[in-house]
Ligand binder design. Sequence first.
Ligand code: URA
Length: 222
Amino acid sequence: MANVSALNPASPTEPPRDCPLCPRLVAYRHANQAAHPDWFNGPVPSFGTEDARLLIVGLAPGVQGANRTGRPFTGDFAGDLLYSTLIEYGFAKGHFDARPDDGLMLVDAMITNAVRCVPPQNKPTPLESNTCQQFLKARFSAMPKLKAVLALGRIAHESIVTTNGLRRSKFAFAHQASHDMGSGIHLFDSYHCSRYNTNTRRLTPEMFHAVFKDIRAYLDKA
Ligand code: URA
């Protein structure tokens, strides 16, 4: 069995389609492949180009969203607010139609997930988050112009902090907080744009826009 807790310094930026590292997620993938052979059902690749200055890090693919369509935040509710906001703040162009072939293009931005495979009940375990950090680390290294990172939710925030060799105690997650991570990269935090958070108004569109306003102002000065 693979040593799931080992970080591999030579890790690729994207896990292989049949990534074997997390047994529970592999079992869930196989169950979804059997039930829905027409779905993507694999580690969802990052979306955007590596010369972007902004990296957005979500939690993990939604089962009927990115796990079905193969593009982050595409096909479930969370993407509606995210992509409309990206268009509004100039980080995407075109028309978002919740399909990977809708022609939408990111501008100076890339979207990835802290955990690349869909977890049962949308909840990765701490070990699964740790195991997947090798791909996030490689993703950072492969973005030479990176200046801003947006963490969507606390788990993404913690993965980003740990991946960058920083101490969690020095970087507290809070909505609309921003942190200088050193090496010219700023971390911005937002509550996750999930249906639950927006329905309960823990995150309103105004609160989400405020974070993007900060990111845009920061990048315009950088
Ligand atoms: N879809 C994703 O790709 N990531 C999330 O965090 C939520 C939905």
